[in-house]
Design a protein around this ligand. Structure first.
Ligand code: ATR
Length: 295
């Protein structure tokens, strides 16, 4: 498998072309886009660092995507973020796509550089950055991780975990989907199974990552006996609405260490900001509090 250390990818994003632009403009595009927290995150950093730049949310319908992307030419826009439903369609509009973004199957960050448009995926860096900040040393022992769900979000998590050589136990409601993904992103280091087998697979894990929407709207995992987890297991959820998903609440009640999903959102924004504006921002408690107030 490919094994790129995260620092390689941060460097790979590099600074965006500056040319003669005075105000560097960046964006997040999606459809709809009104709910996006990205303008708050990047706006906070722009003010904090006194950058002469802007970051705006733009609602772009699917048929308007090619026309919008042409404006990312280093003059009108230096780059931006891409969210649902454009994360796949934007591939074909980039001059080059980072190999890990290709592997994940989604581009969430565009950077205009060296006269071309580059596509990256920073979700996996967001996942790693969040755990590195909230649970330092979490990946040192390379203990197995139990990944629940095999959809789009799961792909970035698996790529993240494998970039640290962490064995992955991938469980999904539909076993066949997990098996196909394990072959595609592995097969080394990834074993697949059905979510129904969770209690048998749980004792081997030292990290549990929920990538499914279970946990939103008060839903929970039926039949997952958290008592099967080792006491030093870290439990994390990529859902952040609510911040305290039922899985995290139960894990905490059992004395397990938990990390919520909001940090992943904040940390995935770091490499894009650094590439467009030339300053590497920090994910501070103040930023987290500001974003948390909007949830
Ligand atoms: P995302 O891009 O957010 O990951 P997705 O690609 O639609 O969303 O993937 C949804 C994932 O959540 C899938 O792994 C799905 O399982 P299936 O492949 O069996 O559909 C999982 N999921 C959704 N609802 C679920 C539920 N009620 N119980 C268990 N898993 C569920």
């Amino acid at each position: 498998m490919e094994n790129h250390p995260p620092s390689h990818q941060i460097q790979a994003l590099g600074p965006a072309a500056s040319g003669t632009i005075h105000v560097k403009r960046a964006f997040v595009i999606g459809h709809p886009i009104a709910h996006s927290r990205s303008p708050l995150i990047h706006g906070t950093w722009l003010a904090e660092h006194g950058v002469d730049g802007s970051y705006e949310a733009v609602d772009v319908a699917p048929d308007a995507l090619p026309e919008f992307v042409r404006r990312v030419d280093g003059k009108d826009f230096v780059g931006g973020n891409v969210t649902i439903p454009h994360k796949q369609a934007v591939f074909a509009l980039c001059d080059a796509v980072d190999p890990l973004a290709r592997r994940i199957g989604a581009v969430n960050t565009l950077v205009h550089r060296d006269g071309g448009l580059f596509g990256f995926n920073t979700d996996y860096l967001g996942f790693l950055g969040n755990l590195d900040q909230q649970a330092p040393g979490w990946s040192d022992a390379r203990s197995p991780a139990l990944v629940l769900g095999a959809g789009g979000a799961s792909r970035a998590i698996i790529v993240a975990l494998r970039s640290r050589d962490i064995p992955v136990i991938l469980l999904n409601r539909t076993r066949e989907t997990a098996e196909a993904l394990a072959v595609e992103l592995g097969p080394d280091g990834i074993s697949a199974g059905a979510l129904d087998d969770i209690n048998e697979r749980a004792p081997a894990a030292r990290l549990v990552v929920n990538t499914t929407a279970l946990g939103m709207h008060g839903t929970r995992f039926e039949g997952f006996d958290l008592g099967r987890l080792a006491p030093d297991t870290l439990v994390t959820d990529i859902v952040y609405t609510p911040l305290d998903t039922p899985l995290l609440v139960e894990a905490r009640a059992r004395g397990l260490h938990t990390v919520d999903g909001l940090g992943m959102l904040l940390h995935q924004a770091v490499p894009g900001f650094a590439a467009w504006f030339g300053v590497t921002p920090q994910v501070t408690a103040e930023l987290r509090t500001a974003v948390e107030a909007t949830l």
